[in-house]
Write a protein that binds this ligand. Structure first.
Ligand code: TRP
Ligand code: SF4
Length: 404
């Protein structure tokens, strides 16, 4: 099966943050695992993006990169199905970033919501830098260089994908063969005479919009009949009748990843910044203990006080893990005080420890042999580079920096 032709290409990147937690797993990574089954998938470590905000801590990057990749592999992201790589290993991203920056107006970047938000939110760092302003241009390069059609991202990234589309459109307009091709084809059309040119345009619409094959042969007949055309013009019109050139950098679509509802051990959204996470490869005792001490509905002071699952942080975990029959039983038990909170937590502890065991088992070969992680990434980088370089050859050509 030649799947690179028929399958959609998806691409996503993750900034380096170190070890990933269960919120990442249930939110982002399971989605990646699902996508690798039906799409040609590219997943990469966005280490340059991490540097735009954390350039003052270069020393922690390396360890964090490998820990994060092991977490990907633990989640079931499969290097035999998806291409896994590191952004900075593919310098073509930086080259395209530079070339895209030529056609990106400053105003577009200053308007990106994350630019001002993050500057205000992230205190104690100087983010009034050129690199940080260019963050979404680099992201555009990441996406466009693989001609990805779908980009799985969270809500906060939607403006970046929108910007990517605008930059692609602008690039294609400025450098695209399309624009020039169309202009020249229209000039050639004029030579057919007014009437035939009008017919040609109507046929072209019928062909492109309705797939009317008869309209296509009518166009060819018009070209063959026309007297005043040179060979090159005839060729161009034949190409034009079929549809015209493709874009150099196709516009991608965002594939919205639903926001993770995975609760942290304090009931807020699980996040490193709240320090309420359970890591994907955590210590089993720590997991069991975190669950045991996790707060429940405050109304249940004593064992005999009835509770309400909707007011209980632990219930958020049941929604992730527990089948609906058991959920119903536990909810009734809670409301009638027939069960205590420890009874309610027990099945969760079991299933979460099982999950941890699975994640650890998948990670183990890589933890035991760090060389295996490196080799996996080397292979991914090689595949990614071949695709990126192919795009860049075309890009260098159209921007005019190829000197033979
Ligand atoms: N900016 C993204 C984030 O913070 C990470 C990222 C970098 C990315 N390049 C990308 C995501 C390309 C999708 C596609 O989550
Ligand atoms: Fe929460 Fe379960 Fe206790 Fe009810 S019984 S308060 S749902 S832990």
């Amino acid at each position: 099966m030649n799947d690179s032709v028929s399958r959609e290409r998806v691409l996503s990147g993750m900034r380096v943050t170190g070890r990933l937690h269960l919120g990442h797993y249930h939110g982002v990574l399971k989605n990646w695992v699902m996508l690798q089954e039906k799409c040609e998938s590219f997943y990469f470590v966005a280490d340059w993006h991490a540097l735009t905000t954390h350039y003052e801590e270069p020393g922690v990057m390396e360890r964090n990169v490998w820990e994060m990749v092991i977490d990907w592999l633990a989640s079931g992201v499969d290097p035999a199905k998806a291409t896994l790589f590191i952004q900075s290993r593919i310098p073509q991203h930086a080259e395209l970033h530079l070339l895209l920056s030529m056609v990106t107006p400053l105003g577009w970047l200053e308007r990106v919501p994350s630019f001002k938000d993050q500057q205000q939110k992230i205190k104690g760092r100087d983010l009034a830098t050129y690199g940080f302003l260019g963050y979404p241009v680099l992201q555009s390069a990441d996406i466009l260089i693989y001609r990805a059609s779908q980009v799985p991202v969270g809500e906060d990234q939607i403006p970046h994908i929108e910007l990517t589309r605008e930059i692609a459109r602008r690039f294609n307009r400025v450098f695209g063969k399309d624009a020039i091709f169309e202009e020249k084809a229209e000039q050639a059309l004029v030579k057919l005479g007014k009437k035939a040119a009008g017919q040609f345009r109507r046929h072209r619409r019928a062909w492109l919009q309705e797939g009317n094959a008869d309209a296509l042969s009518q166009m060819i007949a018009l070209i063959d009949k026309a007297a005043g055309l040179g060979d090159e013009e005839r060729e161009r019109l034949r190409g034009y009748s079929e549809g015209g050139g493709r874009s150099i950098l196709p516009e991608p679509k965002a594939l919205l990843t639903p926001a993770s509802k995975y609760p942290g051990v304090d009931g807020q959204k699980m996040s490193k910044s709240y320090d309420n996470q359970i890591n994907m490869r955590d210590d089993p005792d720590r997991v069991a203990n975190a669950l045991r001490t996790m707060p429940t509905d405050p109304a249940r002071q004593r064992r005999n006080d009835p509770g309400d699952p909707d007011k209980c942080p632990v219930w958020g975990l049941h929604k992730v893990y527990t089948d609906s029959a058991l959920q119903q039983k536990l909810a009734e038990g809670c409301r009638s005080a027939a069960i205590g909170c420890l009874d309610c937590k027990k099945p969760l502890v079991e299933i979460m420890l099982e999950e941890q065991a699975l994640l650890r088992a998948r990670a183990k070969p890589y933890e035991d042999d760090p060389g295996e992680v490196r080799r996996t990434i080397d292979a991914g980088c090689e595949r990614a580079m071949a695709v990126a370089e192919e795009t860049m050859q075309e890009v260098r050509d159209v921007v005019g920096t190829v000197y033979r």
